[in-house]
Design a protein around this ligand. Structure first.
Ligand SMILES: Nc1ncnc2c1ncn2[C@@H]1O[C@H](COP(=O)(O)OP(=O)(O)O)[C@@H](O)[C@H]1O
Ligand SMILES: N[C@@H](CCOP(=O)(O)O)C(=O)O
Length: 318
């Protein structure tokens, strides 16, 4: 048997919900932006190889690849159920840049674990899978956060809840929004970008954060897109992280001139997102970002819609 699973890139935080909001992206040109994992039956217990545009950015030793941790973590979870992992060969097609703010490690984790689960007749339930994904993401970024793995696995705008046995649930967003997402080609480590944040915030910032997140969710449910976009403001991470992103303020200013409803940092950066409603203006912004924000050949800009599907099987042979 062989299985191929695709897991999309994702935008975490979305300005209003640090560690609490995230969604996967789908370029409107129909291309797929995300990682893929292939699994086939094998004679030896386990092997892992890598391919793809960003393969050269992965650790040389396969045991340092998060996919190996997926294998170990999944095997342990099966064992707890009295089940044994099969002998398999895995391949990671690494299409997402690392340290980009696009949930690169999350896409590998989700593709890896989903592929393993499909290969083992979906032996783990969705909830257990998402918990394991968060645990592995925590191993990389220094603390467990679900705002990449949950949206990447489940699709849609996801709000992290972490109560009553619920990791996250989806929130209706605006189908008419174009998300213009630009990765400049430089890397920022998520762990380092978490370390520079304050350990405590002022009362004023806490109140503002709560108002923005609650306001965004309320505006999504009451279908008020201007109000929702106005709530996409970040008092938790952006004031400290934006200085790590060259030309961040220029992007915001130019996007605003073109009618952007909001601009923010995707995850821990350096990718930025812009909310646009007019496709012609979104294309104009993309051209400007390609010319002025992208720093090297690793960078790219995509006009995206929110991906409602999340990770999925894209190939299967019996
Ligand atoms: N399959 C993988 N995909 C991405 N990063 C990986 C993978 N395997 C191991 N890593 C390591 O995990 C770390 C990911 O860094 P991080 O800044 O969290 O990236 P991102 O925010 O893009 O997920 C890097 O040190 C990288 O070498
Ligand atoms: N909430 C996290 C999200 C990190 O996203 P990534 O794509 O940069 O890994 C944070 O902001 O630290």
């Amino acid at each position: 048997m062989s299985i191929v699973v695709f897991a999309p890139a994702s935008v975490a935080n979305v300005s209003a919900g640090f560690d609490a909001l995230g969604f996967p992206i789908a370029p409107i040109d129909g291309s797929l932006i995300g990682d893929k994992v292939f699994i086939t039956d094998a004679d030896s217990a386990f092997s892992l190889v890598s391919s793809g545009r960003f393969k050269h950015k992965l650790p040389d030793d396969y045991r340092e690849n998060i996919i190996y941790d997926c294998y170990l973590g999944y095997a342990a979870a099966l064992e707890k159920r009295g089940l044994k992992i099969k002998s398999i060969a895995m391949e990671l097609e690494k299409n997402l840049p690392i340290g980009s703010g696009l949930g690169s490690s999350a896409a590998s984790i989700v593709a890896g674990l989903e592929a393993l689960n499909v290969f083992h007749d979906n032996s783990l339930e969705e909830h257990e899978m998402v918990l394991l994904m968060g645990e592995l993401e925590g191993k990389i970024s220094g603390s467990v956060h679900y705002d990449n793995v949950a949206p990447c696995a489940l699709g849609g705008m996801q709000l992290m809840l972490n109560e009553n046995g619920v990791v996250s649930q989806s929130v209706p967003c605006f189908d008419e929004w174009y998300w213009v997402v630009a990765y400049p080609g430089i890397n920022i480590s998520t762990a380092a970008a978490r370390d520079i944040l304050p350990t405590q915030y002022s009362r004023a910032d806490c109140l503002t954060y709560g108002r923005h997140l609650a306001g965004f969710i309320h505006a999504c449910y009451s279908k008020q897109q201007d109000l929702a976009a106005a709530m996409l403001q970040d008092v938790i991470a952006e004031p400290y992280r934006s200085q790590l992103i060259p030309k961040f303020d220029d992007v915001r200013d130019y996007a605003k001139e073109l009618g952007a409803l909001a601009t923010g940092i995707s995850g821990s950066g350096p990718t930025v997102f812009n909310v646009m409603t007019d496709l012609a203006q979104a294309e104009k912004l993309k051209a400007w970002l390609d010319a002025n924000f992208i720093q090297n050949d690793d960078g790219f800009t995509h006009i995206c819609k929110l991906d409602k599907e999340g990770a999925r099987v894209v190939g299967r042979e019996l």
